[in-house]
Every structure is written in structure tokens, then in C-alpha cells.
Ligand binder design. Sequence first.
Ligand SMILES: Cc1cc2nc3c(=O)[nH]c(=O)nc-3n(C[C@H](O)[C@H](O)[C@H](O)COP(=O)(O)O)c2cc1C
Length: 212
Amino acid sequence: MLPTDSPSGWPDAAQLLMHTRQTILPKRLHAPSPDEAQLHALLAAAATAPDHDQLRPWRFVLVPAAQRPALGEVFAQALRERDPAATAEQLEQAREKALRAPLLLLLVVNATCGDADIDLGERLISAGCAVQNLLLMATAQGFGSALTSGKALKSEALREFFGLTADEHAPCFISVGTAHTRKPGRPRPQPTELLKPLPHPPQSPDQAPTTA
Ligand SMILES: Cc1cc2nc3c(=O)[nH]c(=O)nc-3n(C[C@H](O)[C@H](O)[C@H](O)COP(=O)(O)O)c2cc1C
């Protein structure tokens, strides 16, 4: 169902996808998970992202249900790395985070593969486009989704678990599942807040940009 504050003047498809997508935190994502065919479609959507020089600098790592307890131990180890005094309860909370969403993917971005002139910023933008496409496809499939980051992503324990090389970054997890409840969407910036003029106007009519 569309939110009641949908913007007017949007094409239906854009409104359905972009305005309906919202973060549903992993603890509120339940079974059923996307099936094989739906997961395939999520990745195919990601693959439509712009990718300068076709470096394919990003990938997704699926954490299957059987590996979630092991990931939970990694989260606990990551907490111990940064807080040796963490209590048993805090460690248990860290472990539990690995068990939440029915579909869990880690985003991995390679900072150096291919043409070195394509810097990390460009690679992260490509990855962000891929992730947004994936999230919109999940929305089109009727699923809820979330991105989550956190200090554990930088931990040695996690990097080792996922076999990350020194050139690879893990910006966030992507969770997908079935949402039983949704909150009202958050207020969005006004379009006029997002468009700024050039800082310096042209100095003379001769230097003014011509219209195409
Ligand atoms: C890279 C990235 C990491 C994020 N990590 C978290 C997170 O750890 N915890 C969280 O609650 N939200 C996280 N978010 C989600 C944002 O908080 C969320 O997108 C924002 O609140 C806007 O809500 P919306 O997605 O419903 O528009 C993350 C978003 C991005 C882009």
C-alpha cells in the first residue's frame, strides 16, 4: 500500500518503488525470505548499476542460515576486540544481531582492481547505485530491506571471516525479508534544498554558458 504522503506528479512506477522503499530494521524482517529466483532478480538489478570502465568493483557475499551462528561469534569477537570488558549480556546481544534478517548480504568494494585512475569514490558510487537498485527490486518484490553498518565491519575478526583482502572494504550489510509492520516514511528533503546555483555567476555575457 502506498504511503498517504506520496508526492504528486511522480510516474506510478517511480512512486511505487522509490517512495515506498524505507528502512525496515533487520529485527523487523521475517520469513519468508526471497527465494532463489527472487535473489537472482535482486542481483540482476544490482548489475544494472553504472560502472565506470566496467571494473565490477563490488560484490555481495551471502551469509546462509547455517553460517549465522559463526557470524554471531565474529560479532562477539569484534566487540571483544574494541571492548575487552564487554559483559556476557553485551556479547550475547552482539551474537544475536547475526540471526535477524532472513536474507543477509555483505557488500564488498574493491579499491584497486583494474584502472587505478578510477578512485575509491567512484567505486563506492557504483556500489551505492547497485545497492539502491537491489533495494528497489526488493521493494518491487514486496519485501522490506535495510542497510546496516557498525564498528564490527572494520574488525579483524570480520575481515578474516569474509576473506577480505587488504584492498577490499565492507561498507554495510544488506538485509531483506518480510515486513509485518511499517512506520510512516520519514520526511524527505525538498527538491529545492538539493539544487544549488554555481557559487560565482558568469562575469560577462560573453562568458555566460550557452543553452543547448
Ligand atoms: C551505508 C549505510 C549504512 C547504514 N547503516 C545503518 C545502521 O547501522 N543502522 C541503522 O539503523 N540504519 C542504517 N542505515 C540506514 C539509514 O539510517 C536510513 O537509510 C535512514 O534512516 C533513512 O531512512 P530510510 O532508509 O527509510 O529512507 C544505513 C544507511 C546507509 C546508506
